[in-house]
Design a protein. Structure first.
Lengths: 347, 77
């Protein structure tokens, strides 16, 4: 029987939540967490489960990868699985990172799964099969099934069909196929052109991916006179969270007056972010919103002045569309106070 | 959010730990921080060390806003 190994994070590895996100990688013989379901779906034996904390992988990437590579050394592996990671950003990036390393260094096929909102999709979809996964672990069963479908094709030595048919993110690889309808390109092209000229809808055969890049804003000319605003997605709020910003998948933001403050103190401010261990930021909110350092730098004349408010939302699970809207709502306040530049601290 | 702010014409610097994510999303000025739960001060180190690190990286971020760049740039800290 063919052999497969699964990579999961501390949460799905049943080690713990955010307080364990710093854990170093470990390897277990047999099945932990989602491995049990994979074992039912997949035509291979899952010999080992690797578990690694998302923060350890995110902050000590090289070390995490090299340790996992050592763990894999000498093992018989036909396929490497990671996730599914759903909408969990750090987990998705971790899955992509380790899959990429396994694929490149060991030449073993890899399969993972993420939700479209996961930043790992853009980073890794071209390099591997990333199945289109659900938002949350409620979709575990469906996501594992989808991964298994691709995995079983690979294990059988057969070719995996198109992105559309198998439900993975298109990898930008073009392949020649015989069309069932047998209509040549010249006719299809003229047909499209006629439709276009008549203002009718048509489906291009070569979609150009849209990359949303923003032109670089010109630098501040005189930093010594510049007004600077501080934003964060780390969820720093007054302890009573007056705007009731959600701890995950935020749709709300707040702005808090710090015109009379030289330092954010634990007990007065805290983080409501559900995506990491809050202990450090609760004890000293300056580790996310560095008001103390900004005041000192203001006194020293490094820059002109600090905008009287800092702005907060929570970045975990928050969709791009919501983030975009919240930024658009914040911008008028920055314009109204003639802010020259912005610092965004994200966690 | 960073992109919307830059689209509005503000130079903006993102201070974050997951640099590849910031790059993929399209932040143009990036200053690395040390971790996700405590970007600007490791509670395992002394208060003074935390302050030094925070002061230094915040200063780099401010200076990045006054630095002309031609392409996406991760500033050295």
């Amino acid at each position: 029987m063919k052999k497969a190994i699964l990579y999961i994070n501390q949460f799905f590895g049943q080690i713990g939540g955010e307080e364990k996100a710093g854990m170093e990688p470990v390897i277990h013989e047999g099945h932990v967490g989602p491995a049990m379901q994979f074992a039912k779906e997949i035509n291979a034996e899952i010999t080992h489960t690797i578990i690694c904390g998302d923060n350890f992988m995110g902050s000590n990437t090289e070390e995490a990868v090299s340790r996992i590579m050592e763990m894999l050394e000498g093992k018989e592996i036909d396929l490497f699985l990671a996730g599914p990671a759903f909408q969990a950003g750090r987990y998705g990036v971790a899955c992509g990172t380790i899959c990429k390393a396994v694929k490149e260094k060991l030449g073993i096929p890899v399969v993972t799964s993420m939700n479209v909102e996961n930043p790992g999709v853009e980073m890794f979809k071209k390099e591997m099969y990333v199945l289109k996964g659900g938002h949350s672990a409620a979709k575990m069963r469906a996501d594992v099934k989808a991964m298994a479908k691709v995995a079983n094709k690979i294990l059988a030595g057969e070719e995996v069909g198109s992105a559309e048919e198998y439900g993975y993110f298109a990898r930008g690889i073009r392949r020649q196929v015989w069309r069932e309808d047998g209509i040549p390109a010249s006719e299809r092209m003229i047909d499209m052109l006629v439709k276009k000229l008549n203002g009718q809808p048509f489906q291009t055969e070569l979609p150009i991916p849209k990359i949303d890049r923003v032109p670089i804003a010109p630098a501040i000319k005189e930093l010594g006179k510049a007004r600077i605003a501080l934003l964060n997605t780390g969820g720093i709020v007054p302890v009573d969270n007056p705007d009731r910003i959600q701890s995950a998948s935020a749709t709300r933001w707040g702005r808090y007056d710090v015109s009379n403050s030289d330092d954010l103190k634990g007990g007065e401010y805290k983080t409501i972010h559900a995506g990491f261990d809050p202990a450090a930021a609760d004890a000293d909110p300056d580790v996310i919103t560095p008001i103390d350092a900004l005041r000192k730098l203001e006194q020293e004349g490094v820059y002109g002045s600090l905008h009287p408010y800092f702005y907060t939302t929570v970045g975990t699970g928050t969709t791009e569309a919501e983030a975009q809207r919240m930024a658009k709502e914040i911008i008028p306040y920055l314009q109204g106070d003639h802010v020259d530049g912005v610092i965004m601290v994200s966690t | 959010m960073v992109k919307e702010i830059e689209r509005a014409g503000f130079p903006v610097v993102q201070m974050c730990n997951l640099i590849p994510v910031a790059k993929t999303v399209g932040s143009n000025r990036i200053v690395p921080t040390i971790s996700i739960p405590y970007p600007l001060g490791d509670p395992g180190t002394s208060k003074e060390e935390q302050w030094k690190l925070r002061y230094h990286r915040t200063k780099v971020a401010l200076e990045s806003l006054a630095t002309d760049i031609e392409e996406q740039t991760v500033f050295r800290v």
